[in-house]
Write a protein of this length. Structure first.
Length: 334
């Protein structure tokens, strides 16, 4: 989008004509033998994210006066593009920052300025406090939660924010899941909304297949030989029940008291059936093994998020079955 053709040469003052160069029709001065080149104007924007709240400014001038946008402005001659971004941020909000990364580069045609090149950076706040203050070109500056962003003036800002949020999605999911997991341990409970909760439905839907794999393993494994003398239908039902309990525990519906009661009884029943304690504990270990092998078979380890989910699930498997082993042993000893 051109702002309008020039009519006179800035060097000799003569009229400007046109000539084709490199397949492009350009302004040309025949007296000076000089081509005039049209280049996009560089515009810089910054994304300042404070606890998933984005710093926005309300514009005080045209275009889009009264609308919200990222801190945005033209780069000036003699400054780096990064320096321009930090200068505009300071001028429009009073905030000092440090460039972290390039988020987005996008072309835009403006009816006011012609061709523009929007360059958006992620910027880290310098200092411990954030008190944004509007500048000469803005009438307000404030933080907006990601889920409640205002209507944004420039499409280039909207696109940059979409790319930024998409790029942070996995990182935020890992941070949230870790935080929830830690809080669950501190309060002695299992909390919802962990990444590995995604596996709950998959495990429950495939509990029968996992149980059959365990049966094939346990009935042929020397470490669980005592289970061969038990009724296989009942044994299969017991394994299905343990898998169901694990799924309920992942979902937060099965508490430590439930684990204690069930596995204490499981230990007593194993002793009554003439199953050695070592064989009972080995049976639990084999269930843990087949759960983990099944989880890996679902395509984990492909992405960072998958890796974290797998590690988190493994950690939760260990916690559950450590409790099961402890209470089974206590029940057996009684």
């Amino acid at each position: 989008m051109r702002k309008g053709r020039r009519r006179y040469c800035h060097s000799c003052g003569g009229p400007v004509s046109h000539r084709i160069e490199d397949g492009i029709r350009r302004d040309f001065c025949p007296v000076c033998n000089l081509f005039f080149y049209e280049n996009p104007l560089p515009v810089v924007s910054t994304i300042v994210d404070v606890d998933r709240r984005i710093l926005m400014v309300k514009r005080g001038k045209r275009p889009y006066r009264g609308s919200w946008c990222l801190p945005t402005g033209f780069a000036e001659a003699g400054e780096s593009i990064q320096g321009a971004a930090l200068r505009e941020l300071a001028e429009e909000t009073g905030i000092e920052g440090r460039i972290l990364s390039l988020v987005d580069v996008r072309s835009y045609g403006s009816r006011f300025y012609g061709d523009l090149l929007f360059i958006t950076f992620e910027v880290e706040l310098l200092g411990g406090s954030l008190q944004p203050k509007p500048g000469s070109d803005t009438v307000a500056a404030r933080l907006f939660p990601l889920e409640h962003l205002p209507r944004i003036a420039f499409s280039s800002n909207r696109n940059a924010l979409q790319r930024y949020i998409a790029g942070k999605a996995e990182y935020w999911a890992i941070v949230d899941s870790f935080s929830i997991s830690v809080r669950g341990e501190e309060t002695g409970g299992v909390r919802r909304d962990l990444l590995s909760d995604r596996m709950i439905g998959v495990i429950e839907d495939n509990a029968e297949s996992i149980a059959r794999r365990w049966m094939n393993d346990a009935l042929n494994n020397p470490s669980t030989a005592d289970f061969r003398k038990l009724d296989q239908t009942r044994l299969f039902g017991d394994v299905r029940e343990i898998l169901s309990q694990f799924g309920k525990w992942l979902g937060g519906f099965y508490k430590d008291a439930d684990i204690r009661a069930y596995y204490t009884a499981f230990g007593r029943k194993s002793r009554g059936d003439g199953v050695a304690l070592s064989h009972a504990l080995s049976a639990l270990s084999l269930i843990k093994k087949h759960l983990w092998e099944f989880a890996l078979s679902q395509g984990m380890w492909r992405k960072t998020l998958d890796i974290y989910m797998a590690l988190e699930l493994d950690r939760r498997i260990v916690i559950f079955f450590d409790k099961a082993v402890f209470h089974t042993t206590k029940g057996y000893e009684r």
